[in-house]
Structures are given as C-alpha cells and as structure tokens.
Design a protein around this ligand. Structure first.
Ligand code: CP
Length: 319
C-alpha cells in the first residue's frame, strides 16, 4: 500500500505565518474529507493507530482541548490529557522540565497551550516529538484560523476578494493574528475594526485596512468575525466600561445590517454575550456560524494530526 502524501514541510505546527498556501490548501482539503466521518454513526478511523498524543494546556480551554482529544481518538490514537493544575507544575516544575518529562514517555505529538508567546516554538527546539501550538499568549492560534478558514470555504466556496472584518480586542488576540496571516495568504481583504486602545501598534504592517468606527468597518463586509474582549490579559483600563464598549463595538442586528446582505457572523468562543456580541445575533442560525466553527474544529484538528503523523511515519521521531 502506498503511503499517503506528505502535507506539511516541518514536523510541527507552530503558526500560520510559517505555512505556505499549498500546505494550507492541503490541510483544508484533508479536513473537508473528515467532516463526513464526523457526521457518520461510526466515527472511527485507524489513521493514528498506535500513536500517542498528549494535551498539555496551561490555560483553560473548552473547544481546543476537547476537539483535539476527540480528533485523536476518532483517528485511533491514545490520547492523554495532562491536568496541569494537579501536576507537579503546582510544585514549581518549569514548562521545559514538564514537557521534557512527558517527552521521555515517547509521545508522537504534544499539543501545548501556554500563556507565553513563543512557548510552543521553544518546546519544538527542545523535544523530539511533534509540537502543535494550541495558542501561545497573544501570538498565534493556528488551528483556530484553519478551522475558521474551513468554515468560510464550505459556506462561500473561496477566499479571493472576500471582505472579512475582524472586530474587537485585536491587541490581545492570537486568533486575530493567525486569521490575518491565513486570510491574507488566501486572497481575502482583511479589515481590523477596534478602538485605538485595542489595536496593535502599527497594525497597518499586517497589510490590512484599519477602522476605529465599527459602522464604517462593517460596510460591505462578507464575514464579520467577532473577538472576545480578553479582560484577563488587560493590565489597566483599555475601555471605559463594557456597557459603553457594547454600544460602540458590540455586534447587534442593527450594526450587522450595515454589512453585505447575507453576511455571516463568526466568533472563536468563548463569547461574552452582551459585551462584544448580542445573543440575538450569536443565536441566529440564519447568520451565525459559531456552532459550525466548533464542528469544523474537530475535522481540522483531525487533519492536522493526520498530516503530522504522515511526517512521523516517513521520518520517525525528530531525533
Ligand atoms: N477558541 C478557543 O480557543 O476556545 P477554547 O479557549 O475554549 O479552546
């Protein structure tokens, strides 16, 4: 039997910035093929049979951790969810020592979320298993952008010329950074819509259009991607109050009406209802893709694990 074709050029997935358009397109194709498996009564494949995956999350997660776990199990891998809170991290063990200890148990893939930007990349240089970045500080969250792209692709059929307005707390958002890189690579026109205090310095360097007036930023948009106000990452006051923030930057049906007719709404979750998004929009199945994004998350993470395993199969662990 011939081995499946390699998809990724490296044995890690650390960010969108380092991926080529071809790698992204191949991941999207592979993930699309897993959607049907996830919708079938029998959801098992043996693609990762015999492989070991460890989830190591230093920050809270509902969607990313559970979908990586399901993705690994549906592909036949053994999946260990490391409970950081009850691990020896609480006795002062460092990130590197924790990861090296787990690495000695010979996992094939380590999926890591950490509050420091660059944590996943650091581990990729120190360990001999594949490392997946499941979110590092405010740097990148590559699988979120990939699942967002899969969701858009299945609804809109392509990206060329699509206007995507990314709205809200761009400054603290790793989701925004990964999406800016990915959507720009695929030919979409990206707008950032936020108050000045929640935009990164020199945001124009990303090759995007900047709007501080949400009504102007939404005009003619095909996709409105809302971001969570990340209060836990804010040292000091970035907004006068959440009530005022909702008035100017919260998405409700009145503001959404300014976007292109048929515009679709996305949010990576978790949502702050009534802060960045009105429940009437979030729960409106005519416009909201939020639950679909979660579904696509499992398929995309299956594709990522499959793609990494293909590299492992051809080259062994990165020893
Ligand atoms: N979108 C996202 O990363 O959600 P979780 O924090 O629940 O994983």
């Amino acid at each position: 039997m011939t081995a499946p074709a390699a998809i990724l050029k490296t044995s890690h997935l650390l960010g969108i910035q380092g991926l080529s358009v071809e790698e992204i397109s191949d991941l999207l194709d592979l993930a699309d093929s897993y959607v049907a498996l996830n919708r079938a009564a029998e959801k098992k494949s043996a693609v990762l049979k015999g492989r070991t995956i460890i989830n190591l999350f230093f920050e809270a997660s509902t969607r990313t951790q559970s979908s990586f776990e399901l993705a690994g199990k549906r592909l036949g891998a053994d999946v260990l969810n490391m409970s950081v809170r009850t691990s020896s991290v609480s006795k002062g063990e460092t990130l590197l020592d924790t990861a090296a200890t787990l690495n000695a148990m010979r996992p094939d893939i380590l999926i890591v979320r950490h509050y420091d930007s660059g944590a996943a990349e650091l581990l990729s240089h120190k360990l001999d298993c594949s490392v997946v970045n499941a979110g590092d500080g405010s740097h990148e969250h590559p699988t979120q952008a990939l699942l967002d792209a899969l969701t858009i692709l299945r609804r809109r059929g392509g990206f060329e010329g699509l206007i995507v307005a990314i709205c809200g707390d761009v400054l603290h958002s790793r989701v925004a950074r990964s999406n800016i890189h990915l959507l720009s690579k695929l030919g979409a026109r990206v707008r950032l819509v936020a108050p000045k205090t929640l935009l990164p310095a020199n945001a124009e360097r990303f090759g995007v259009e900047i709007f501080t007036d949400m009504r102007e930023g939404l005009a003619g948009a095909d996709i409105v991607m809302m971001l969570r106000l990340q209060l836990e990452r804010m040292a000091g006051a970035f907004i006068p109050s959440t009530r005022e923030y909702f008035h100017f930057y919260g998405l409700d049906h009145e503001k959404l009406a300014l976007a292109k007719p048929g515009a679709l709404v996305m949010h990576p979750g978790p949502m702050n209802r009534g802060v960045e998004i009105d429940s009437a929009v979030a729960d409106d199945i005519e416009v909201s893709l939020i639950q679909e994004q979660v579904e696509m998350g499992v398929a995309m993470r299956m594709a990522v694990l499959d793609a990494l395993a293909r590299g492992i199969a051809s080259g062994g662990r990165n020893t």
